[in-house]
Design a protein around this ligand. Sequence first.
Ligand code: SAJ
Length: 441
Amino acid sequence: MTQLKRKIEGKKAVVSIIGLGYVGLPLATVAANKGYTVIGADIKKESVHAINKGISPIKEPGLDRAVAQAVSTGRLRATLHSNMAAREADIVIVVVQTPIDSAKEPDLRAFTSAWKTVAENLTPGKLLISESTVPPGTMKKVVLPMLEEKGLQAGRDFYLAYSPERAIPTRTLQEIEGNDRIVGGIDPASTEAAALFYRQITKGEIAKTDIETAEVVKVIENAYRDVNIAFANEVALLCGRLGIDATSAINLANRHPRVNIHTPGPGVGGHCIPKDPYFLLKSAKEAGLELKLVSAAREVNEAMPGHVLDLIKRSLKEAKKDPEKAKISILGIAYKGNTDDSRNSPAEPIVRGLMAEKMDVISHDPYVTQDFGGRFSNDIEEVVKDSDCLVIVTDHDAYRQLDLGKLKKQLKRPCIIIDSRSLFRPEAVEAEGLRYVGLGG
Ligand code: SAJ
């Protein structure tokens, strides 16, 4: 530990980051710009080439500049050879995606492949860390046996820890540098080694624990968000039935010092919140426990795109518009506002559902070009012109500035706006003579 400790504190340790995605690349630039020599490994050739030219393949505020700085100083280089990265490093951090498959089961193929490479190149004295979100118990049950296969022992010959990423897209760099960190080691020496490293690159508190607790912390953080969002969505559905504005009700309820109801929306996208609850459900099931609330929340949130689809059909019917002749305009493809990521976006089931009903769908997004089988245009005027129903799906700031008076001239009467993100006040829309439909209907 003393040699490694000296290298970490003296910024002489070589750090390899395996997986240069939405978390791995920002993490690599933060470590490099703090003074470490960083080798970033990824399987995507175009990403590796872009990074080595000082260009970020990922849209994230500040990341272009951070990559350019890290590469120009010679501290960050990207490679397709994860075995070389693992071999040459004193510290190896695995940050690859851990999605779920169509059966909602964890798909750990990329994760286990990365750890297989680390195990094949393991020599004494390294610090190994996972930041990928995994079903609790994975580090001990899956990773540890791979690493100890050749006789090296965790805690004695190398250190093994888990430290979940806690960074939200659009603020990833600030959050990697500023958020508190949970660090859980396979043994106290591993926890100390990992804590020492993160102390060099983040201003946040380093909370130390064991490896299983750290794995659970990550998935319960995101399962909490999913449950809270599901509650907010049910509040919106209820308020719609009662003729109450859900946003006002939630904002007023949140003035209670211990209430924090999240924001209703058309569904939960991204590559974390929709899948992490399934990791928790898997571990619970293996422990013989059914987490009713966590699975019910997933059901509520996964049903929201279908609910928006029903709202569109019902609104057209009430306006006596023929769905088969209607032009439906979708504002927003990205899974959430001001990002260019459309993974698991609620826009996809909404667009595909409208297409299945033979409707004419045209989508717009300021950051993403993706039509999900419908039409797409970057020109919002074209998307809105003569539209029978305008559906706000993503809370991009750009849509908050839409001119309602101008919309009235562009939309086909009666003008319908389905605002699934509560970007507008209902009374403001109605005052312009437009028909406002909130998430609750
Ligand atoms: N959403 C709502 N209502 C809310 C909040 C979110 O409908 O009140 C929707 C969003 O529109 C989006 C989805 O939920 O579709 C998830 O968005 P999010 O902002 O809650 O979280 P993500 O998906 O951006 O989660 C990211 C993850 N980190 C990375 O992607 C690098 C996750 O692991 C983090 O825990 C999370 O940020 C975080 O909060 O830090």
